[in-house]
Ligand binder design. Sequence first.
Ligand SMILES: [Zn+2]
Length: 474
Amino acid sequence: MKNICYLFYFLIIFYSCKDTKDSSDYTVLKGGTVFIGNGNSISDGIIIIKNGKIENIGNNKTSIPDNANIIDVTGKFITPGLIDSHVHFFQTGFFDSRPDALDLRDSINYEKTQDYVKNNPERYYEAYLRSGVTGVYDVGGFSWSIELQNSAENNLYAPHIAASGILLTPASKERVKSFNTANDSVLVHLESAEHGKSVVRLNDSLGSTGIKIHQLYLNDTTFMKNMVAVKEEIAKRGNKMIVHATTLEQAKEALKLYAKVLVHSVEDKEIDEEFIKLAKAKSIIYCPTLIVSRGYYNAYRAINYDFNIHDPNNVVDAKTKNLLMTANRFSEIVPDVLKSDEFIENFYKRITEAEKIMSINLKKVYEAQIPIAVATDAGNPGTLHGISIYKEMEAMQEAGIPAKDIITMATQNGAIAMERDDDIGTLEKGKLADLVILNKNPSVDISNMRSITHVMRGGFLHPVEKPFEENMFE
Ligand SMILES: [Zn+2]
C-alpha cells in the first residue's frame, strides 16, 4: 500500500513539476560559490537548469534566459550531489541484518527483516537525499539490489544507484548461511571455477555494476586458483572486479587480479612502494571506510549504554533509530562476552590501532595521486544510511586530506567508481542537475557539508529539513 501511495505522490509531483517547467522552462541558481567537483570552482556563479539537466554554467557574465525562475543563492556554496561509494541496502544499520556480528534472530526474524528492507528502500533513499547524497554504490547485496539501479533512476526522491549484487567469498558455506534467505543470497562461498563463473554470469546478466569479492584467503590455494577463473569471466563479460581487502598482502593480490575498486583500507601495516606501483599501473580507485569499525563499537556499546545520533534534520528512518536507541532491551539475550566492558575496551583498542594505520595509508595513497572515493559502508551496525557520509569525510580530513580535495572524492570520483561520470559527479553543461546548497564553505572545512539546506536531484529541489511526505503534499 505504501508503495502505491508513494507512486501516487510521485506522479502528482512529477506532473506538478512538469507544469512548473512548462510555465518557466529554466531554473537558475545565481550568485553562489560553485564547486564543480573536479577541483575547480566559480565564485558568483550562475547555473542554468532545464529539464533536469545543466543547460549552462559559468560566472556572473553568463546570460540568463528570459522568464527564468531565478533562485538567489548569494553567499551560499554549491557542490555536486554527494556520492557514497560503499553502501549496502540489505543492511539496516543495526545487528538485525548482521547475525554474524550479534545474533538477534530469536528476537527479530531475519527473513522478515530482509523482506522489509527489500520492499521499503524509500526510507534509505530519503535519508541519503536529505543528507545531500544523490548517488550511492551498493557493493554487495542480494540479487534484488541490482534492480534498484533501474527503479531508482527516474525517481526524484531516490539517489542514483549502482549495485554489484551477490558477493563471492572464500568463507565457508556454514559461515555465510546466516546471511542468506530462503529465496535469495547475498554471500556465496566460491565452490569451484565453474561455480564462480556462474555467479559472475548471474550478476552480470542482471546488469551488475562490478562483481565484488568479499575477502581473499591467500593461503587457500584452491580458492585463489578459482579466483583466476572468476577474474577471466569478469574480463570476458566486460565487467570489473571489486575486492574487499584489509591487509597489504590481500590488497596487492587483488591488484594483481586486476581489481578496479579496492574497498575498505589497508589496515594491518603501512603500504609500500610495490602497492603504490601496482595501484598506479592498474588505475584503480581506493575506497577507504574509516568509520565503519567505530560504528560497530558504538552499536555494541549501545547494548549496555546508549547510542548518540547527531541528526538535526531527522533524516534517519524511525525504525533504525528506534532499534539503536533501545538496544539495551536485547541485553538479556546478548552473550556476556559481547557486552562485557572488557570486550568493549579491547574492541576500542583494536579499532583505534587500525584507524591510525588506515589514516596513514590514506595520506600515502593521496600523495601518490591514486584516485580516492568517499565510502562509508553504511548499513553496517552503527553506520547509518545517509548521515554517515559527514563523519567519513571528517575522518578523511583528520587523516590529512585537504577539504577541497575531499569534495572531488565525494563527487567526481564516486561517479567514476559508479561508472556514471558521463552524467553525474560534476557540475558541467549537459550533466544532470544534482547538487547541494550549503550555508558554509566546504573547501575550508569539510564538516561545513553539514550546513546543507537543500539538495537538488534531477533539477528538483528538496529542502532537507522537511520530511518527504510533507514535501510531497505541497
Ligand atoms: Zn561493505
